[in-house]
Design a protein around this ligand. Structure first.
Ligand code: SF4
Length: 280
């Protein structure tokens, strides 16, 4: 059984840096607080909790002498302002590519454009992007785009982990609705790269495994992209989820992983696959 792991499967640099910052800060201060989980991966969150990170829902739940870590996918403006007004010690782990999206939104807004964000409703990154300016429209699907009224001027950005296909479909519809449309493609380069790699792997492998939490939007999107090409695509959270029956007669197994999946989980899946291969 041949196992091919996508070259850039797993942690993107933004998540890797944020997780490292969380460990370093915890080591320095003994503990660190964050609003919500650092990444959408239960194992990473549990490992960090063991090291001393504490997850809370509100700024009020954080002791005044403890640092707060703002996560990779960004924090909404009201939360930033509140933390600053309370003189909190903010450790900013926001990915630079998310900061870039915030800046693009502000530029488009200054041009007098109605801002449209292509992204998942209620996702933290999308909430952060939308909070940069007033009156933002969030569009998740082509169906939602087709219900929009005609507009004179609009500026469009997207959540960093969107699929090119979804964004393209939405932009095609917006072209029929907006007279003066400025689209900035803010899908980040690690996402584009992972999506390209999984499409190639899904073509040439008998079985595809996508490793990632079911709470991770980008892992689910990778699974969808893979399933569209290869119906033998399975999303797993860890090695324990592997079902030996999937691999009967399979010669080539392709592996990719979401941006919040750590290397050690990918290695455990590879190891278990090798063991299964030796038994067959
Ligand atoms: S997915 Fe992209 S934007 Fe989000 S943290 Fe990773 S590199 Fe940054």
């Amino acid at each position: 059984m041949k196992i091919i792991v996508a070259k850039d499967a797993g942690y993107c640099f933004g998540v890797r840096d944020a997780v490292n910052i969380a460990y370093e800060t915890t080591k320095k201060y003994g503990s660190i607080y964050m609003l919500g989980d650092i990444v959408h991966n239960e194992k990473v969150v549990a490992d960090l909790a063991k090291a001393g990170t504490k997850v809370v829902e509100n700024l009020e739940d954080i002791p005044s002498d403890s640092p707060i870590l703002f996560r990779a996918h960004g924090t909404s403006t009201p939360v930033w302002e509140k933390a600053k007004s309370r003189n909190m010690d903010i450790i900013d782990a926001t990915c630079p590519l998310v900061h870039e999206i915030h800046n693009e939104v502000k530029k488009l807004d200054k041009e007098g454009r109605h801002i449209i964000v292509v992204g998942d409703h209620g996702h933290d990154e999308v909430l952060g992007i939308s909070s940069q300016v007033q009156n933002v429209l969030v569009i998740a699907t082509p169906e939602e785009a087709s219900k929009l009224p005609k507009m004179k001027r609009a500026g469009v950005v997207c959540q960093s982990t969107q699929t090119i296909e979804n964004v393209q479909e939405i932009i095609n519809i917006l072209m029929t609705k907006v007279f003066d449309l400025h689209f900035v493609n803010t899908i980040c380069f690690p996402t584009k790269r992972n999506q390209e790699q999984i499409k190639i792997l899904a073509e040439k492998c008998d079985i595809m495994l996508i490793i990632g939490s079911f709470t991770s939007a980008n892992s689910k999107r990778l699974t969808q992209l893979s399933s569209d090409i290869n119906k033998n695509s399975y999303q797993v959270t860890c090695a324990d989820d592997l079902n030996p029956d999937w691999f009967t007669g399979a010669k080539t197994i392709g592996i990719s992983a979401g941006a919040s999946t750590p290397d050690y989980i990918i290695n455990e899946v590879k190891k278990k696959l090798k063991e299964l291969g030796n038994k067959k």
